[in-house]
Design a protein. Structure first.
Length: 234
């Protein structure tokens, strides 16, 4: 275990705890997802040795190779798919991941449901929502979220847990907080419509405090844990 990964994890956990106290959420918990994309197996093992158990990956084949290489730890870890999913990758995602954060099409949901291996627990999923209207962002529009959520809930091999968003970077804390608050409002509206959602996946290394202030229950942190991200090789 390298001191840098241990110390960085401790620092991120401290940031989460401080934010929970500052924004009157002391009785609540925010999960930390370590985003290990482009980092090797050794970095993940270092994080595991420091007590981290949940890891996020964007690139499907890279993730599957990593999950396979870490098969000795499989029962201890949660693997979260936080990148876009194309139709030709759904079988890999359904077979290897525990969570999906980026669901934004019923077609992908149906494929994941059909391809989830028999005898495994349902795939935990979040719907990705384009809360700030970014033209190049993935995710459903907020007004489409309820219909997609209701359709996903009818799929027995998926369990809908909540919403995920990746807003455009904003120049200041209050602006970021206001954008994240839109996702929290939407989650509340979906629950008022009869859904039972408990997860709001939002906030990264640079803006996790603003996300926690707005109600995030899970932050996705990469560089603040693992350091500068290496270039990805194909």
């Amino acid at each position: 275990m390298t001191d840098s990964v241990f110390e960085r994890l401790q620092a991120v956990r401290a940031r989460i705890d401080i934010a929970l106290g500052k924004y009157a959420r002391c009785d609540e918990r925010v999960e930390l997802l370590a985003v290990s994309k482009t980092f090797g197996v050794g970095a993940v093992r270092d994080a595991v040795a420091a007590g981290q158990r949940a890891f996020g990956e964007n690139y499907i084949q890279e993730a599957v190779d990593k999950i396979t290489a870490l098969s000795d730890l499989r029962t201890q870890l949660q693997w979260h798919c936080i990148g876009p999913i194309q139709s030709n990758k759904t079988r890999l995602v359904a077979a290897h991941f525990d969570w999906v954060h980026t669901l934004d099409r019923i077609k992908i949901a149906q494929r994941l449901n059909e391809q989830r291996p028999p005898g495994t627990f349902p795939l935990q999923v979040c719907i990705q929502v384009n809360v700030d209207g970014g033209p190049t962002k993935s995710g459903v529009q907020p007004e489409q979220a309820l219909a997609l959520a209701q359709a996903v809930q009818r799929l027995p091999q998926l369990r809908l847990r909540g919403l995920m968003c990746i807003p455009e970077p904003t120049p200041d804390f209050e602006t970021a907080r206001a954008v994240f608050a839109r996702a929290k409002t939407l989650l509340d509206q979906l629950n008022q419509a009869g859904l039972q959602l408990d997860t709001l996946s939002m906030g990264m290394s640079a803006d996790l405090e603003a996300a926690i202030a707005a109600g995030s229950t899970l932050v996705r942190v990469g560089s603040a844990i693992f350091g500068a991200r290496p270039a990805r090789t194909e």
